[in-house]
Design a protein around this ligand. Structure first.
Ligand SMILES: [Zn+2]
Ligand SMILES: [Zn+2]
Length: 242
């Protein structure tokens, strides 16, 4: 759930190591293609990472209906989805997860602190928009700060960035200079901290110690809205500036 961020689907202006590949909302980084696929009732960014040489793919977050956007990309690129990485357990990031798992058998990874949200989503009932439902999904692999995950020819660093949600994770690709921040940090914003388990001081600490310590050129791909860089947010973020 985002904090009043402006959402422009698929758009991005990034100065980091990323290079736009010219097809609205797609990026290329060290041989991995990044497809920005906003979906669901509040336009949550799902990121589909594909590697044609490896024939593999990983999906970061699964908003409602995301499978309809993921499937054609997998077919076009001849890639098989093996992993679904959840940045946190809020419904707008998990609503499409069960369908993705049914279709692909992808292994689901998340932080243990969000287990109740992901595996018993009825606990979020009072925060759901009217008429929405969320299906439970089983997590196969619990990740924590300092873990690494080998995927698509990269060694990805896992960083725990709680404060918006207790189990918020960020996935950092050091070779490519890119980080997927979920709802911890947005372009010009931060995640809301008024939901259960939210804590502003903790979020500020997470951002300062786990995100702003990355190189300034690191591209940041958030859970809502446009991409940014660590350097731009350190300078200009009105909530947490360095
Ligand atoms: Zn969200
Ligand atoms: Zn959220």
């Amino acid at each position: 759930m985002a904090k009043g961020v402006s959402v422009s689907p698929g758009a991005a202006k990034v100065k980091g190591n990323f290079r736009r590949c010219g097809c609205g909302g797609n990026f290329s980084l060290c041989g991995v293609n990044v497809h920005v696929l906003p979906a669901g009732p509040i336009q949550t960014n799902a990121y589909l990472l594909t590697s044609r040489p490896a024939g593999g793919a990983v999906l970061i977050d699964a908003p409602e209906g995301v499978w309809a956007k993921v499937d054609p990309v997998l077919r076009a690129e001849g890639c098989r989805l093996t992993g679904l990485w959840l940045t946190h357990g809020h419904w707008d990031h998990t609503q499409g997860a069960a369908e993705v798992v049914r279709r692909t058998g992808a292994e689901v990874s998340a932080h243990r602190a969000d287990r109740p949200l992901i595996e018993t989503p009825e606990v979020m009932k009072s925060f759901l928009m009217p008429g929405l439902t969320v299906e439970a999904v089983r997590v196969d692999r619990w990740l924590d700060d300092g873990d690494t995950v080998d995927a698509l020819g990269e060694t990805v660093q896992v960083r725990h960035v709680p404060g918006h949600c207790p189990g918020s994770l960020m996935f950092y690709f050091p070779q490519a200079g890119a980080a997927f921040s979920g709802d911890a940090l947005f372009r010009g914003g931060i995640g809301r901290t008024d939901l259960p388990g939210g804590d502003f001081d903790q979020l500020e600490r997470s951002i300062r110690s786990r995100i702003y310590t990355l190189p300034d050129t690191t591209a940041v791909f958030p859970g809502h809205g446009e991409a940014t860089t660590v350097g731009d947010e350190k300078k200009g973020n009105p909530y947490v500036c360095a």
